[in-house]
Each structure stands twice: as structure tokens, then as C-alpha cells.
Design a binder for this molecule. Structure first.
Ligand code: SF4
Length: 179
């Protein structure tokens, strides 16, 4: 079996609902995505090593991303009763975060230099050691894709993954840059 097929099966077994190959040459890093971080709607700007400015400048992130050619996109799809179904959204977000942590540990064994990029600011430690001390778990930490300037819709579209699965659904997307 081809390595990418194996990785996709592993991702589904780890709990994701969809997974597909990521061609890292399709990744475009956009300043607009970082501007959304600076608006700080999530409250994590300047609070974590995983988010701007702690995760480095857009140029720093680009230099890191350019080291990779192949990766994997992973998704969790939640079903919602209606557009106000906050519980359904939270449940899907929680399931996505759990699968992401589980799969990240598994992948790290075969790809020790991989770069995991998730959906949310890293929450491995409470509180994050930023900015007083170095990251407490650099191998377990992950930045959100937007913190690296990635527009999730662009990346999905360029790699044949659905970004939006229609009314009554919510899709969470993360990726792993592998080699
Ligand atoms: S692993 Fe801990 S210290 Fe490092 S970014 Fe995540 S929360 Fe912060």
C-alpha cells in the first residue's frame, strides 16, 4: 500500500472523519490570515508560543513551511441541529482536538521533525509559559493554521478536500507537514 494511503487510514482510525494528501507547494501564506489573529477575537494573541507574535513572523513561518514537500490534511465533521447549535459545535471541536492530539503523538514516532498545524491555539499547558519561559512541550505544541498565515479554505480547495459540507454541518480542519 502507498504510504499516503496508509497515513489516511491511520488518520481515520485516530478519529478523524476525512483525511487527504497535502501538497506543500500549494500552501500560500497570507498576511490577511495573521491580521485576523491580531484582531484577537479568540483572546490568544500574545498569550501563547503557538500564536502570533510568539510563533514568529510570517517570514519565519514561511521559512519553516518551505522545508516540507508532503503533508496530510485531517478533518472532523460535526452534524448540527441548526445554525445555533452551540453544543453540537463544541462537541465536534472537542472531538477534533482529541483526535489531533492522539494522531500527533502517533505521527511524531515516524516523523520526528513534522510540523502539526491545528485549529486552535495550543492548550497543552495551563497557563502557557509565554513569554516568561521557553515552551514547556515543544514536540507536543501546535499552532493554528491561521497563525502561520494559512487560509484553510485555500488549502482545502488546492488539495481536493471539502471545506464546507453544507447546512447542518461544521468542519474542523488541521494539517501535518511531514517531510
Ligand atoms: S506546549 Fe504549553 S508552553 Fe508550549 S505553546 Fe503549548 S501551552 Fe504553551
Amino acid at each position: 500500500m502507498h504510504m499516503m494511503e496508509k497515513l489516511i487510514i491511520m488518520a481515520l482510525e485516530a478519529g478523524f472523519d476525512a483525511a487527504g494528501a497535502l501538497d506543500c507547494s500549494t500552501i500560500i501564506l497570507r498576511p490577511e490570515a495573521r491580521e485576523a489573529c491580531e484582531n484577537n477575537r479568540c483572546g490568544r494573541y500574545g498569550k501563547s508560543w503557538s500564536c502570533p507574535p510568539g510563533c514568529g513572523s510570517l517570514d519565519d513561518c514561511a521559512a519553516l513551511v518551505r522545508r516540507y514537500a508532503k503533508g496530510l490534511i485531517v478533518q472532523t465533521v460535526g452534524k448540527l441541529e441548526d445554525e445555533f447549535d452551540g453544543e453540537g459545535m463544541m462537541a465536534a471541536a472537542h472531538r477534533h482536538a482529541q483526535s489531533f492530539r492522539r494522531f500527533s503523538k502517533e505521527l511524531r514516532m515516524d516523523y520526528p521533525g513534522m510540523l502539526p498545524l491545528g485549529t486552535e491555539s495550543c492548550s497543552n499547558c495551563d497557563p502557557c509559559s509565554y513569554p516568561d519561559a521557553p515552551c514547556l512541550d515543544p514536540l507536543g505544541a501546535s499552532s493554528p493554521m491561521e497563525a502561520f498565515g494559512m487560509m484553510v479554505s485555500d488549502i482545502c480547495q488546492a488539495n481536493g478536500m471539502e471545506y464546507y459540507r453544507g447546512k447542518g454541518t461544521i468542519t474542523f480542519t488541521g494539517c501535518f507537514l511531514l517531510e
